[in-house]
Design a protein. Structure first.
Lengths: 110, 119
């Protein structure tokens, strides 16, 4: 199974909104609503930000939202803040009953 | 409080064996899946495999099948990832994480175990 495709980097100014895309196939993103997004700061473990395409775990800011269309899922961060600067990874359940991650996107707050 | 506590950093030589651990607490360990995730230096996350401690029936990514073994001992709430013959390319941070079901998200993560393999 191939890794999901994410842009290497995305940047924005404080207060702006940015979106990160995550493109898979009909065997993963396109076939299941089991897409998760994780935030990882340097030297830290990943943190679950979005699950089941658009659900936010308790304690995650409302500024984070998720969506999906066809084989592409997206994470949107609104009202960008300095603390949002991190690496972001998407992940999807697959038809092989396994999971696959995206290559990761570095978010820079200008 | 749910916690996953992983074993410490390891420095090994190529060809050696290794078993790292992930101990769960604060929840019913046998009833949640444990996944292992690799992160090579400066690189992204890779899904290694998963196990349900209540049945100890592991499932692997094709990329890792035959290279590692995932196991669990529910009596001591601990999952394991092991190698019989390490390679330099196994150098990475390895995370364990918990799932309510194999299609559910990874909601709690361990702190990571750094494995360094040199010749």
């Amino acid at each position: 199974q191939s890794a999901l495709t994410q842009p290497a980097s995305v940047s924005g100014s404080p207060g702006q909104s940015i979106s990160i895309s995550c493109t898979g196939s009909s065997s993963d993103v396109g076939d299941y609503d089991y897409v998760s997004w994780f935030q990882q700061h340097p030297g830290k473990a990943p943190k679950l930000m979005i699950y089941d395409v658009s659900q936010r775990p308790s304690g995650v800011s409302y500024r984070f939202s998720g969506s999906k269309s066809g084989n592409t899922a997206s994470l949107t961060i609104s009202g960008l803040q300095a603390e949002d600067e991190a690496d972001y990874y998407c992940s999807s359940y697959t038809s092989s009953n396994t999971w696959v991650f995206g290559g990761g996107t570095t978010v820079t707050v200008l | 409080e749910v916690q996953l506590v992983q074993s410490g950093a390891e420095v090994k030589k190529t060809g050696e064996s290794l078993k790292i651990s992930c101990k769960g607490s604060g929840y019913s360990f046998a009833n949640y899946w444990i996944a292992w995730v690799r992160q090579m230096p400066g690189k992204g996350l890779e899904w290694v495999g998963i196990i349900y401690p209540g049945k100890s029936d592991p499932r692997y990514s094709p990329s890792f099948q035959g290279r590692v073994t995932i196991s669990a001992d529910k009596s001591i709430s601990t999952a394991y990832l092991q190698w019989t013959s390490l390679k330099a390319s196994d150098t990475a941070m390895y995370f364990c994480a918990r799932q309510d079901a194999d299609w559910k998200p990874l909601d709690y993560w361990g702190q990571g175990s750094l494995v360094t393999v040199s010749s």
